[in-house]
Design a protein around this ligand. Structure first.
Ligand code: GAL
Length: 965
């Protein structure tokens, strides 16, 4: 059998061990290599001759050779384990390197941090070994193959191997040597296993370092000089936690080699069914993180890794699940240093076996146990010294399988100091946690109260069921951040925080996997190459856009996760939701605004508030007392910001905030004048109406068209549901909301009012809405819109039911010059009914282009909510002001909803010559039905009668002397 298809994990490799920073010589072999791609596996060893070049670490499919491929669950080859197809792209890599003159003569090790998916190595033409396990290190003993001076290194990488059957994670298939390659002088210290525990009752720590027998362990700061393997008690030590990531520099030394370590003292334990760290229950505010870079794929730079950790910390995230494989080891160093709890997940997912109904699933076939155990060992051994890693995850979505019993047993024996996790075996026999993905809120609530249904898998096994029911729960994945969304984060958080059994969750997922191929401007996703089998844009589901800028879901998550909560206004209650630290690192600031303009501000004295505690503070009189009545809205904002620089943010960085509307003034009315009937056109206030269409054609001297009742939006991924199932778009389309036709039924001057009656209804169906527009005004305009559904929205024997609308409001077409938007309402970012926690009341200015959220796949976006008033003006400051009574939602763009709906990539959107302004009373929330539940009923816009009023006023040109704001 060919080595890339057999079930041998590797040949010629050394025992797995920790990733160590050693003083012994090392030579990086990253850089330009010679490269040749074969369509199938070639015979004989690589012979470089007229080859091209390639950057290592890197994936050849992102460097102009072949193409990347994205599937969600399906294997992109026939399921016939352990065999591969003939078309097995194979990349031959070759380079020369010079061995330094002072290289030690006692041997060398060649280390690969990650090669996808199987490879063979030759040093100076002699085979050194083979390995599989893409996201895991492999080391080969090569000293005997080296010669002084110039040496050659050849690596043959196969895209497909038996290992691929264990690597069916929902992500791009990206072959290549995608992590570092290093030549190491033979280690004298082969391995180090740090055991550093913390006793929260006494405040002491115990350090024991398993390593080379004659090694000396030193921790200068603690005055420790110890022998290997001998426990040392430290009477007083500062523990490590994600909140206070205290590390101690240490060394392990033998003659000729020093290894540098950073040690964190901490103890995790399961206490009465609760997972604790240093004696306290842990609560994960987590994300699932894939390694992704828009140009480099999984060949991450350390800078990008640091950016990830810093962004997580800045957004109140305290935990990361390394979905679904061990990350580059430098990422875990950053988690230790900056403070994140980590679930380290093994490189195992056999998801594609759903298409054989799990027949042949490697997880349940003993023949595959060595391959699986090899992966577990390589992960645990590599990452065992990281205080941040508190849970070992056996795999993702690989069904139930007896091999997991072996993996769990080995892991517990090797490292009793951590917990073991596996979500997809519904008995949870091998897991220390109960866990699910994407449950609806009711199910989560039932789990919190331990009243969840018995899973089929344990129904016949009372002991297993009793064990399962006693386990703490981790929400492994939830809140699918695909496209515009997720909605409902605040609802999830409320439940997660209510029940001690629920120890937090990990949102899916950190970053969109959109790829930018050389020379391209649009991000690609599945199907962009004409592949028949692909996962479309299901991997564009992150809190970051592919270029690592936050998508609106991230500030929303940050707000929902706030570790300090403020309630009030007076007294102001400060509740500390942290586990280990007080609030003395924070400064509390208040600010009073009138229609968004600050009129007073100050600092609050907040006494010490211990973890889990709260305190009440009286606000200074000027922050809350209202002296004179105002026609402006007064809002008090309180913010908790970092008092001094931290490693992950500078002083002033905001951690938490709250706003309180102190008084809401009445919206002033509009003066009413006569309606001037001029035959074909009718004038009301500053508007001119066309009798034929019933529409406003000129407004304060500008050409406009509308406003017309609008019920449609460009469906979001979450509207569409998963693979076209369980979404609302289907229901909305079936009711014809995407093909509404307008007809004017009445155009009547009634006293000082122009009343336009219209019917808005879909082609081909009998349902519709009656819309009545009532116009009045003198210089300004007042519009009241009544919308009333008619017909069988509830469905008939032959037409489906439609229970909700995407939006209810009006659409108005404006000249393109009115592109400067200033509004007083929530912002600065977009917001929707179930994703509006992060939007705060303020005065904001953006251009129409800046109001767009650049989702990789165009869809509804950019709505600003609770808008009290908004101005759209031209370069001279001239334009129009809209005031809502009540507040309205504002969306403005250069493309129509229909353009947005039709576009598959951003470059499909060509700006039109107009601005399309939607003024809505409401929109349906977002939900996360692209994988999970839809918006809950309280965030859905029911089919019902609605009424709303808007005031339109002209904005005069700016005095030329004043600056635009
Ligand atoms: C989960 C899976 C993830 C991802 C997610 C949806 O079931 O573990 O890898 O596919 O669904 O994006």
């Amino acid at each position: 059998m060919r080595y890339f298809e057999d079930l041998t994990p590797s040949t010629g490799t050394r025992e797995p061990r920790a990733w160590l920073k050693s003083s012994r010589p090392r030579l990086s072999l990253n850089g330009r290599w010679q490269f040749k791609l074969w369509e199938t596996v070639p015979d004989g060893p690589p012979r470089p001759d007229g080859w091209g070049e390639l950057e290592v670490p890197g994936h050849w499919v992102l460097q102009g050779h072949d193409r990347p491929r994205y599937t969600n669950t399906a294997f992109p080859f026939p399921i016939d384990p352990p065999y591969t197809p003939d078309a097995n792209p194979t990349g031959d890599h070759f380079r020369w390197f010079d061995l330094p003159d002072d290289w030690p003569a006692d041997g060398a090790v060649l280390r690969f941090e990650g090669v996808d998916s199987c490879f063979k190595v030759w040093v100076n033409g002699v085979e050194a070994g083979t390995a599989k396990g893409s996201r895991l290190p492999s080391e080969f003993t090569v000293g005997h193959l080296l010669r002084p001076g110039r040496n050659s290194l050849a690596v043959r990488v196969h895209q497909w191997s038996s290992g691929s059957y264990l690597e069916d994670q929902d992500m791009w298939w990206l072959p290549g040597i995608f992590r570092d390659v290093t030549l190491l002088a033979r280690p004298l210290i082969d391995d180090v296993f740090v055991h550093a525990s913390y006793d929260h009752l006494t405040g002491s720590g115990i350090l024991r370092v398993e390593t080379a027998p004659d090694a000396v362990v030193r921790v200068p700061e603690l005055g420790i000089v110890a022998e290997a393997g001998v426990p040392v008690t430290v009477p007083v030590v500062e523990p490590w936690s994600a909140e206070l990531p205290r590390l101690y520099d240490a060394t392990v030394e033998v003659p000729g080699e020093t290894v540098e370590l950073r040690i964190g003292f901490r103890t995790v334990a399961m206490v009465d069914g609760v997972f604790t760290a240093n004696g306290q229950p842990l609560f994960f505010r987590g994300v699932n993180r894939h390694e992704h870079d828009e140009r480099r794929g999984r060949a991450m730079t350390v800078e990008a890794m640091r950016e990830d950790v810093v962004l997580m910390k800045q957004h109140n995230i305290n935990a990361v699940r390394t979905a679904h494989y061990p990350p580059h080891p430098a990422f875990l160093d950053l988690c230790d240093e900056l403070g994140l709890w980590v679930i380290d997940e093994c490189d195992i997912e056999t998801h594609g076996f759903i298409y054989t109904d799990w027949r042949g699933n490697p997880a349940d076939d003993p023949a595959w146990a060595p391959m699986m155990l090899d992966r577990m060992r390589r992960m645990v051994e590599r990452d065992k010294n990281h205080p941040s890693v508190v849970i070992w995850s056996l795999a993702n979505e690989s069904h139930r399988g007896r091999n997991f019993g072996e993996l769990a047993a080995w892991t517990r024996e090797r490292d009793p100091g951590r917990a073991v996790f596996y979500e997809r075996d519904r008995t949870y026999e091998f897991s220390d946690f109960y866990s699910l993905m994407y449950p609806p809120l009711e199910d989560l609530e039932a789990i919190g109260t331990r009243t969840e249904d018995v899973p089929d898998e344990t129904a016949e096994h009372p002991e297993l069921e009793a064990r399962r029911r006693a386990l703490p729960f981790i929400l492994a994945e939830y809140a699918h951040a695909m496209g515009n969304g997720p909605g409902g984060l605040a609802d999830y958080q409320r439940i997660l925080e209510r029940y001690p059994r629920l120890q937090g969750g990990f949102l899916w997922e950190w970053i969109d996997h959109g790829l930018l191929l050389p020379g391209a401007t649009d991000h690609v996703y599945g199907g962009d190459f004409g592949e028949k089998l692909h996962g479309a844009n299901f991997c564009i589901d992150g809190l970051l856009f592919p270029n690592r800028t936050p998508s609106p879901g991230l500030p929303e998550y940050k707000k929902v996760l706030e570790p300090v909560r403020l309630a009030g206004p007076n007294p102001l209650v400060v509740h500390n939701h942290r586990t280990f630290s007080g609030v003395d690192d924070l400064e509390f600031l208040w600010s009073l605004t009138e229609d968004g303009v600050e009129v007073d501000a100050g600092r609050l004295e907040v006494p010490a508030v211990g973890p889990g505690e709260s305190t009440e503070i009286r606000l200074p009189a000027q922050a809350s007392a209202l002296s004179a009545p105002s026609s402006l809205e007064r809002v008090l904002t309180v913010r908790a910001v970092l008092a001094k620089d931290e490693a992950w943010a500078t002083a002033g960085h905001e951690v938490a905030w709250a706003q309180f509307v102190l008084d809401s003034p009445v919206v002033p009315g509009v003066a009413v004048g006569p309606v001037v009937d001029g035959g074909e056109v009718v004038r009301v206030g500053g508007g001119v109406f066309d009798r034929r269409t019933g529409r406003l054609v000129r407004l304060f001297g500008q050409r406009v068209d509308g406003p017309a009742v609008d019920l449609w939006r460009a469906p979001t991924d979450n509207d569409n549901g998963q693979g076209g199932r369980n979404g609302v778009t289907q229901e909305w389309r079936a009711a014809g909301l995407d093909r509404l036709v307008h007809r004017v039924d009445g155009f009547d001057v009634m006293g000082d009012e122009l009343v336009v009656r219209a019917r808005v209804a879909p082609e081909g169906l009998g349902v519709g809405v009656r819309a009545t527009y009532r116009w009045s005004g003198e210089d300004e305009l007042r519009l009241t819109v009544d919308v009333e559904p008619e017909g069988e929205w509830g469905g008939t024997a032959v037409t489906p039911r439609c229970g909700s609308w995407p939006r209810v409001g009006v659409r108005l077409v404006l000249p393109r010059v009115l592109e400067n938007v200033r509004w007083y309402g929530r912002g600065p970012g977009e917001a929707y009914a179930d994703s509006r926690e992060a939007a705060r009341i303020g005065l904001y200015t953006r251009t129409v282009d800046e109001l767009q959220t650049p989702y990789v796949v165009p869809q509804e976006n950019g709505a600003r909510v609770d808008v009290r008033w908004a101005e759209l003006t031209d370069a001279e400051g001239k334009g129009l002001r809209v005031t809502g009574a009540p507040h309205f939602q504002l969306t403005a763009r250069r493309s129509t909803t229909e353009d947005l709906e039709a576009a598959r990539h951003r470059s499909d959107l060509t700006p039109r010559d107009h601005i399309y302004l939607n003024l809505d009373l409401a929109q349906t929330g977002l939900g996360s039905a692209s994988c999970g539940p839809a918006a809950t009923s309280d965030h859905v816009l029911d089919v019902a009668s609605y009424s709303f009023t808007l005031h339109l006023r002209p904005v005069p040109p700016r005095d030329p002397g004043t600056e635009a704001d």
